[in-house]
Design a protein around this ligand. Structure first.
Ligand code: G6P
Length: 621
């Protein structure tokens, strides 16, 4: 949610900054901006130059073609997802410390990711001091506070200002009077500092820096770092010294490029056979019927004795967590419940001895999930993270965890992270199940099928063209229903979410039987209904639901099991998936739904990878 990039070194950094925010564009894309400090063309004195524009980064790039002077060896840049203040030029970052040329200006400007929660009180205080504001943002308030407290040392002013704010921030700050200084700080929002040869590149995530360096450090919450061309000095906001650990960043550039696909989402859908294979690699031992999860082994005894599991997440991660709830109860026989992190946090949850709280998150930075985790920790729960981004805040703040290992996910609509989350939750349930009640043979059978999932997904991906043909038929329909039961109820929710997110079609997911209690009123010939109707104990009941839809002229697109000869007569369209154990079916049934949403969004001319109003990583509550 908002991407920041900053540079200090010896080379002109304009193109590096723009390229960096482009790599972070998935974090927000409603406005963008850049600021540099560079010698004035006539006086040679350091001058602060800024350009910022509402719209995608391409709009900023166009504006910059008329501003060749904006380049230099110290700069900051930003791509925004608006929180306070609508996305217009004035509210875009970098934010300054007052109207250009006014007496209150000390040439300070900053970019910010997060929310300053007490911005209103600080703004009132600053206005009483006579300061004039030029935007509606909480970010300008922080910039003006730094400016108000500035007494010739930027780092000190930043520290002092941050002691006054509540909320979340990752910031990069520069000042016209200190052309050799870049100050960065963070609390709650991610920030990584790349250490190059005589230069530093700062970004919201490694994607912004890996083209230039693979050595980097992260700041802890309340960390402030002053970077110059010759070194860096890190402290807390209270000025206590901190020594960050420089580590190698593992991110392959190819993994974040399109590689011949038209969209990241499509690439990521097609990557799933491989991403799941990598996620399982080394963790399943089919012959022995065992699961090895290094990240939780230290806590195996506590986990085996767990009395209750609470799974938390938001968005797609919540849907994966819902499948986890079924898995933990079925396999590990541990009572499990799932909840939106945002709700869990505010309802005085009861955490008894033996409660394990599992935070599910692709980014590992979702603010609601972080806050819920904090609540769970304070109440004494053992916490686990099921997270994709290595070293992310959730990964660091949980007692233990299992990484998804699905590689970077760039498309805002989550696909391979979902299947990675379900695969890891399957492994965790088997890990516990085997240590509790499951016999080796049962685990062995499940593991053999799990190992076969990548091949089965490959087969489903071959239906992409056929799914596009179905999509063509219904591309103009504005309301969709997705139905599923048991393990496939969360998949129905996920199918509806995918369609909503990227094609702006109204879609709802329901447990199939619940259809009769309301949604059925909506069904007519204009309502496509996607029904996950797989073979199993409730197949007959789902067939009845299909009949109920058909009786009301609804159009049925069924996701069915290969070899089902009956369904073709009942549904208007059938997409087949290979037969597997019921509890593994979500890993397969979701694939056609991802493809369906993708093809519809493309046909409707939507911005698939960066849908309107959304952001990949939601770092505000
Ligand atoms: C945003 C994204 C979703 C994602 C959700 C949770 O809404 O657009 O794709 O599922 O956040 O994110 P997380 O990183 O915690 O999985």
């Amino acid at each position: 949610m908002c991407g920041i990039v900053a540079y200090i070194g010896s080379r002109p950094c304009r193109s590096l900054l723009i390229e960096g925010i482009k790599r972070l564009e998935y974090r927000g894309y409603d406005s963008a901006g850049i600021a540099v400090i560079t010698p004035d063309q006539t006086t040679g004195e350091p001058a602060l130059l800024i350009e910022r524009k509402a719209g995608r980064i391409s709009v900023l790039e166009e504006a910059l073609t008329h501003r060749p002077e904006i380049d230099g060896t110290l700069g900051i840049a930003h791509t925004r997802w608006a929180t306070h203040g609508e996305p217009n030029d004035a509210n875009a970052h970098p934010q300054c410390d007052g109207p250009t040329g006014s007496a209150q200006c000390r040439g300070i400007t900053l970019v910010h990711n997060g929310i300053i929660e007490n911005y209103s009180a600080i703004r009132t205080y600053l206005e009483e001091k006579g300061r004039v504001f030029t935007s509606d943002t909480d970010t300008e308030v922080l910039c003006q506070l730094i400016s108000q407290l500035y007494d010739g040392d930027l780092q000190t002013a930043v520290q002092a200002a941050l002691c006054e704010v509540t909320g979340a921030y990752a910031i990069a700050v520069i000042c016209e009077h200190e052309p050799d200084t870049l100050v960065v700080a963070r609390k709650g929002s991610p920030l990584i500092v790349g250490v190059g040869n005589g230069e530093y590149i700062v970004g919201s995530d490694p994607a912004a820096i890996v083209a230039h360096t693979t050595q980097a450090f992260t700041l802890d919450d309340y960390g402030v770092c002053k970077l110059t061309r010759t070194g860096f000095h890190t402290t807390t906001i209270d000025n206590l010294p901190v020594t960050p650990k420089i580590q190698a960043v593992e991110l392959d550039l190819e993994a974040i490029e399109l590689g011949g696909y038209s969209h990241h989402m499509l690439k990521e859908i097609f990557e799933q056979p491989r991403s799941i294979e990598i996620s399982l690699r080394g963790r399943i031992h089919t012959r022995e019927g065992s699961v090895v999860l290094g990240g939780v082994s230290e806590f195996a005894r506590d986990l085996v004795r767990a009395r209750r599991v609470i799974l938390l997440g938001q968005g797609t991660a919540l849907h994966a967590a819902m499948i986890g709830e079924y898995l933990f109860e079925d396999l590990a026989k541990i009572p499990a419940e799932v909840e939106y992190s945002s709700e869990f946090r505010y309802r005085s949850p009861i955490i008894e001895e033996g409660t394990v709280v599992i935070a599910v998150s692709q980014s590992g930075e979702t603010a609601d999930t972080l806050a819920a985790l904090d609540e769970a920790k304070q109440r004494g729960a053992l916490t686990l993270g099921v997270v994709n981004v290595v070293g992310s805040t959730i990964a660091r703040e949980t007692d233990a965890g299992v990484y998804l290992r699905v590689g970077p996910e760039i498309g805002v609509a989550s696909t391979k992270a979902f299947t990675g989350q379900v695969a890891v939750l399957s492994l965790l349930s088997l890990f516990l199940g085997r240590r509790r009640f499951m016999n080796a043979n049962h685990v062995r059978q499940l593991l053999a099928q799990l190992a076969n999932v990548p091949t089965m997904i490959e087969r489903i991906l071959e239906s992409s063209d056929a799914i596009r043909t179905v999509a063509e038929r219904y591309v103009d329909k504005e309301n969709w229903l997705f139905l599923g039961r048991g393990y496939n109820y969360p998949v129905a929710l996920e199918g509806a979410l995918k369609l909503k997110e990227i094609s702006y079609i109204h879609a709802e997911g329901y447990p199939a039987a619940e259809m009769k209690h309301g949604p059925i009123a909506l069904i007519d010939e204009n309502m496509p209904v996607v029904v996950i109707a797989l073979e199993g104990p409730i197949y007959g009941k789902v067939m009845s639901n299909i009949a109920e839809v058909k009786a009301r002229q609804g159009r049925v697109i069924a996701i069915a099991t290969e070899g089902d000869t009956e369904i073709a007569d009942r549904a208007d369209h059938v997409i087949y998936i290979p037969k597997t154990f019921r509890l593994l079916t979500p890993l397969l049934s979701v694939i056609p739904l991802q493809l369906l949403a993708y093809h519809i969004a493309v046909m409707r001319g939507c911005h698939v990878d960066q849908p309107r109003n959304l952001a990949k990583s939601v770092t505000v509550e």
